[in-house]
Ligand binder design. Structure first.
Ligand code: ADP
Ligand code: MG
Length: 266
């Protein structure tokens, strides 16, 4: 996998005072690969995600995106890289409360130079593809938690990122709503051809990914194909194509087409 890794980390170490949050972590993320990151609270999952995404510098080790070592970039270049190449879905906080849903989604595209009109147009298509048609004008506070997280998914994907990072994005939702959001997130990310690093506690959600790693005390203790790990992995709720719970349809052709038409690729 080494030569084809989209994102590669080697020997990552990160300390906070006396705490070693990452104690030497290697990760490979392939093109279009969905990686679940699991492990108990405090095991270093969020720190790993932040270091991989270039938000937090490691004390030692390297992160390489598509052959470029991120640690060699200055802060301005790193911030540009995050904007151009990455999408983020966090538990909360990534949506701006004062902006309607469609503008929240359009914003990253506008920051990349897409005109407001085009960005809003494509943002509306993304919202429709994620089941939010008619709710474009609502502010985040006027949406349910699950709807708000769908908006966050659209916002993360509108720029056509190489990698999407999601840190327990459904931690604040009930299990059923959380799984629906995760289903949308994983299917949409696949349709968009992005790779995904997904921190989750849900065994079933992890089984929808391609690979999973398990962390303990800042180390990766298991790195394996997702469906060979965990008792829940062969759950009948997961279709044989790995596309999520029964009753949910495969990727919408319109969504695939939309995902392929990056608003900034002109
Ligand atoms: N900003 C920080 N300052 C001090 N300690 C931190 C900070 N971030 C994380 N840690 C510590 O690093 C360890 C790993 O944390 P974290 O990566 O958040 O774990 P997880 O996401 O798996 O719960 C924990 O012991 C945590 O307390
Ligand atoms: Mg965490």
């Amino acid at each position: 996998m080494t030569s084809t890794s989209r994102l590669q980390a080697r020997g990552l170490v990160r300390r906070f005072g006396a705490t070693t949050a990452l104690a030497g972590v290697d990760v490979d993320l392939g093109d279009g690969e969905l990686l679940a990151v699991m492990g108990p609270s405090g095991s270093g999952k969020s720190t790993l995600l932040h270091v991989l995404a270039g938000i937090l510098p490691p004390d030692a080790g390297t992160v390489t995106l598509q052959g470029r070592e991120v640690g060699r970039l200055d802060e301005k270049q790193r911030s540009l890289l995050r904007r151009r190449s990455y999408g983020f879905v966090f538990q909360f906080g990534q949506l701006l409360d004062e902006l309607p849903a469609v503008e929240n989604v359009a914003l990253p595209a506008m920051l990349q130079g897409t005109s407001r009109k085009d960005a809003v147009d494509v943002a509306g298509q993304w919202l429709a593809a994620l089941g939010l048609a008619g709710k474009e004008g609502r502010r985040p506070g006027e949406l349910s938690g699950g709807e708000a997280q769908r908006v966050a998914v659209a916002r993360a994907l509108i720029t056509g990122p190489a990698v999407v990072f999601a840190d327990e994005p459904t931690g604040a939702l009930d299990q059923q709503t959380g799984r629906e959001v995760m289903d949308v997130l994983t299917r949409t990310t696949r349709a968009a051809g992005a790779s995904l690093v997904l921190v989750t506690h849900d065994e079933q959600v992890a089984a929808w990914c391609d690979r999973r790693i398990d962390m303990r005390d800042g180390r990766v203790v298991t790195d394996a194909p997702a469906r060979t790990v965990g008792t829940d992995a062969a759950s009948p709720a997961v279709g044989s194509d790995g596309r999520g719970p029964g009753g949910v349809e495969g990727p919408d052709p319109d969504l695939v087409e939309l995902a392929a038409s990056r608003p900034d690729a002109r």
